[in-house]
Design a binder for this molecule. Structure first.
Ligand code: AMP
Ligand code: ZN
Length: 422
């Protein structure tokens, strides 16, 4: 781990030390550009004992409908086009004083290198121009800390578990502290969100984000069953009308169990099943809905099955200390997944945390909060020579990348009084 003290942004820290009231009030800019959403926000850290107050947040999402997924160069162009205008709009609200942030928090990785570089280089420029400290934030750490944003860090308390389910990641994480994380289970192939998007595409869905579309399709089917328009079917009957579905990694005699997830076979099941039925055009609307339900159910059942197994392998004394479970990342907004997790934990004393959907998908707010936690509790910020980092281990946040600066914690993390209050 390298701490480069010589490269501190000076003015912001001078302000910080001079603050006579030692008040923890400052304005925070959050920037997220790790994938295809350009998302920025401004927070007023007006109190140390209350959650920060959101001044404004803006997001521009790339439309990927025609491209069967995210094309890295299109995402890069999207950030280059939108980041500066969004930040300009954020800092110059109509009929309000212009704001200059006191702390800049930007996603440094993991993610698409080109996309990340737009945010990181922009943040460096602002940090230099304003003399404001900058924190390079780990994107997955931000997903798992998201519920703490709403409680000013009071819940969930460490140690807690997180299921991080997004378009690029699926992992079960045990977090013992802000910088102490252990990945208990990871996907051995594609991410849950990726499997959902690809399966949905096989069923003819072609939205910008297929997960919510698939969820709607399933809801429509369930409503039609509840209204008596369609007959309620057992799992076996569904397999007759729809496709054959099998959960991967189920225990078998002679095969050791694995603390891991696997989602690629679900896409193959849909592809094969639809082809066996004569292709998508040969299926009725109800048949498509039934397959959608089968696959969504199976993907979530597999996740719950592997979480249950993984937790059963934890030493008793560690398991006993965990009272909170977070489900975050884009897929975490799916209501069926939430229901299945609630069912799975029904008999355990566990507080479940489901951040609101707009905080589950990629957003600048979780990046701002993570930067606040790193700055306030560890005095951490980043030097100007940090690089965007496509691969960055959640288990070694400080050691895996360099460019960390650490403030002397004898000074309060104040930067300056919030001029927003005026
Ligand atoms: P993220 O990578 O965290 O931005 O999340 C994006 C992924 O979450 C995509 O794969 C989406 O299809 C998926 N997603 C978002 N909302 C839902 C939902 N309600 N149900 C299932 N998947 C979803
Ligand atoms: Zn994400």
């Amino acid at each position: 781990m390298t701490f480069l003290r010589s490269q501190r942004p000076r003015i912001g820290l001078r302000r910080l030390r001079k603050n006579p009231q030692r008040r923890r009030t400052y304005i925070v800019l959050g920037i997220e550009t790790s994938c295809d959403d350009t998302s920025v926000c401004l927070y007023d850290r007006y109190s140390a004992s209350e959650p920060p107050k959101l001044i404004s947040s803006l997001t521009s999402s790339l439309d990927n409908k025609e491209f069967k997924g995210i094309v890295p160069t299109r995402a890069l162009n999207h950030h280059q086009l939108h980041l500066a205008p969004l930040v300009s709009e954020l800092l110059r609200p109509p009929n309000a004083p212009q704001l200059t942030p006191d702390l800049i928090c930007v996603t440094r990785g993991p993610g698409m290198r080109g996309s990340l570089s737009v945010g990181v280089e922009f943040a460096k420029g602002l940090s230099l121009a304003w003399g404001t400290p900058m924190v390079g934030v780990h994107h997955m750490l931000a997903h798992l800390l998201t519920p703490r944003l709403l409680t000013n860090g009071s819940a969930p308390r460490f140690p807690f578990l997180s299921l991080l389910v997004s378009g690029g990641h699926t992992m079960l994480v045990l977090s013992a502290g802000l910088l102490d994380h252990r990945i208990l289970a990871n996907t051995v192939d594609i991410a849950m969100g990726d499997a959902i998007d690809k399966s949905a595409r096989e069923l003819g869905l072609n939205g910008n984000m297929n997960g919510p579309e698939l969820e709607k399709l399933v809801r429509r089917y369930e409503k039609s069953v509840a209204a008596g328009e369609n007959k309620a079917l057992s799992k076996e009957e569904m397999a007759e009308v729809g496709i054959k579905v099998r959960l991967p990694m189920r225990p078998k005699p002679g095969r050791p169990q694995t603390a891991a997830f696997s989602f690629s076979s679900f896409v193959s099941m849909v592809k094969r099943g639809v082809a066996q039925k004569g292709g998508l055009s040969a299926l009725s609307e109800t048949e498509v809905q039934i397959i959608a339900k089968q696959i969504q159910d199976a993907i979530f059942d597999h996740a719950v099955d592997r979480i249950t197994y993984t937790l059963s392998t934890l030493p008793r004394e560690i398991a006993a200390g965990i009272q909170d479970f977070v489900c975050s990342g884009g897929v975490g907004s799916n209501l069926l997944l939430r229901e299945k997790l609630m069912d799975a934990f029904r008999n355990r004393a566990m507080n479940l945390h489901f951040p609101p959907p707009d905080l589950c998908t990629d957003n600048g707010r979780m990046i701002a909060w993570t930067g606040i936690e790193m700055w306030e509790t560890e005095g951490l910020h980043s030097s100007y020579d940090i690089m965007p980092t496509a691969e960055w281990s959640l288990e070694n946040i400080l050691g895996d990348v360099d460019g960390w600066l650490r403030e002397d914690r004898t000074t309060e993390p104040d930067v300056r009084p919030a001029d927003i209050a005026a």
